[in-house]
Design a protein. Structure first.
Length: 179
């Protein structure tokens, strides 16, 4: 009987682990960035194609107006002039809706698009979807996409207090290579 209970617990843990697994695979450096067409905080649709010819900092984040997400967004906001000077644009994506994004962007004066991935399809294509069964959210991953639409850098481990600086350092290095 003990073995049966132990086996049942192990099976339940395996099921939970599989649900917590990331949906989809992370795009590899050098691969085409997965396309997207999503509405921003103002309901305006954004497509990956509109960023062709520019560097794109595409960052996924779990939830609007939470401490880590706020710190990350505000760091990108504060460093936006450095990023644009390097030819990059910033776009955030979470599974929150456009209304939530609008409140978040207004509260913290965020001048870049926050895209609503309500279907979770884009987060899944980028390997950034965390599925806990009833609750789904985006993992804190960032993708640096080059002007040709290729993934130039993947950030799976993000320290929100210095992430923007890290992206600027890598973008500076990558743009110097291409010069």
């Amino acid at each position: 009987m003990k073995w049966l209970i132990l086996f049942g617990l192990m099976a339940a843990m395996a099921m939970l682990a599989s649900q917590m697994a990331r949906a989809g695979e992370l795009p590899k450096v050098g691969a085409d960035a997965p396309g997207f067409e999503l509405p921003d905080q103002n309901g305006v649709k954004h497509d990956l194609k509109e960023y062709a010819g520019k560097w794109l900092v595409l960052y996924f984040y779990p939830r609007d107006d939470t401490p880590g997400c706020t710190q990350e967004a505000c760091s990108f906001r504060d460093d936006l002039h450095k990023l644009t000077a390097l030819g990059a644009q910033v776009v955030g994506i979470s599974v929150d809706d456009s209304d939530s994004h609008a409140e978040f962007a207004k509260k913290y004066h965020l001048p870049f698009p926050l895209l609503a991935d309500k279907s979770t399809e884009v987060a899944a294509r980028y390997g950034a979807l965390m599925n806990l069964g009833l609750v789904k959210f985006a993992r804190r991953y960032t993708f640096l996409i080059d002007p040709q639409g290729k993934v130039a850098k993947v950030y799976e481990s993000v320290e929100t207090s210095r992430h923007s600086t890290e992206v600027i350092e890598d973008l500076t290095r990558l743009t110097a290579k291409g010069a």
